[in-house]
Design a protein around this ligand. Structure first.
Ligand code: G6P
Ligand code: MG
Length: 214
């Protein structure tokens, strides 16, 4: 029986994933590095600096550590500017009702995200104080597919990992949940991931009872 649900943030609670893409695309264009949406798919759930390394696979130039920091900062500045557009109306379809229902049933809920911008995003969508625990890119050494962020979220809620369900849109996130011995619901880009225990395009078609009995 599931006692807690850990939600990824980008692409699960809110579509910041498109803003990540736009930020990286602008940075890559300015540097004359080939980048497209297919490469962007590989960045889901992956930390900022690891994302940059994936993008630099297409670069003909070798960048120093300082230059890499500058590129990542440049992307993050573009991304932070785009984030200003986000409001509570951007919470993805089905999310609010599932969150409310879980709370009503006294199931613990958490955020498990690789993003260092998690606090700012939760603030923008009005959910800063909504979750029982938040574990994010500021708290961890190893980003998804390592299970660290989910294990930390479980620990902060005081729930055994085997009693946690993760909701993920990233391949790396599905792997991270499985590595942490947790159940996984794959949504969005992970809706076709056969390793997940359950998949759905979004949360609107999901019965909370089904989730809790996974
Ligand atoms: C999430 C996104 C990734 C992003 C990572 C780091 O996991 O899915 O695409 O690279 O967070 O985000 P940050 O906001 O710290 O740059
Ligand atoms: Mg995600």
């Amino acid at each position: 029986m599931i006692k807690a649900v850990i939600f990824d943030l980008d692409g699960v609670i809110v579509s910041t994933d498109e803003f990540h893409y736009q930020g990286w695309q602008k940075m890559a264009d300015a540097e004359n590095i080939y980048f497209d949406r297919a490469i962007n798919e590989r960045l889901r759930g992956v930390s900022r600096m690891e994302s940059l390394e994936i993008i630099l696979e297409k670069s003909h130039k070798t960048y120093s550590a300082e230059e890499k920091t500058e590129l990542a900062t440049r992307k993050n500045d573009i991304y932070r500017e785009l984030l200003k557009k986000i409001t509570p109306k951007d919470i993805l379809v089905g999310v609010s009702s599932v969150l409310e229902e879980l709370k009503r049933r006294k199931i613990k809920i958490a955020i498990g995200s690789s993003s260092r911008n998690t606090p700012a995003i939760l603030e923008r969508i009005g959910l800063s104080n909504f979750f029982d625990a938040v574990a994010d890119g500021n708290d961890i050494k190893n980003s998804k597919p390592d299970p660290e962020v989910f294990l930390l979220a479980a620990k902060r809620m005081g729930i055994n990992p085997s009693e946690c369900l993760v909701v993920e849109d990233a391949e790396a996130g599905v792997e991270a949940a499985l590595a942490g011995a947790m159940k996984v619901l794959g949504v969005g880009s992970a809706a076709t991931d056969h390793r997940a225990h359950l998949t759905s395009n979004d949360l609107s078609a999901i019965e909370v009872d089904t989730l809790l009995n996974l």
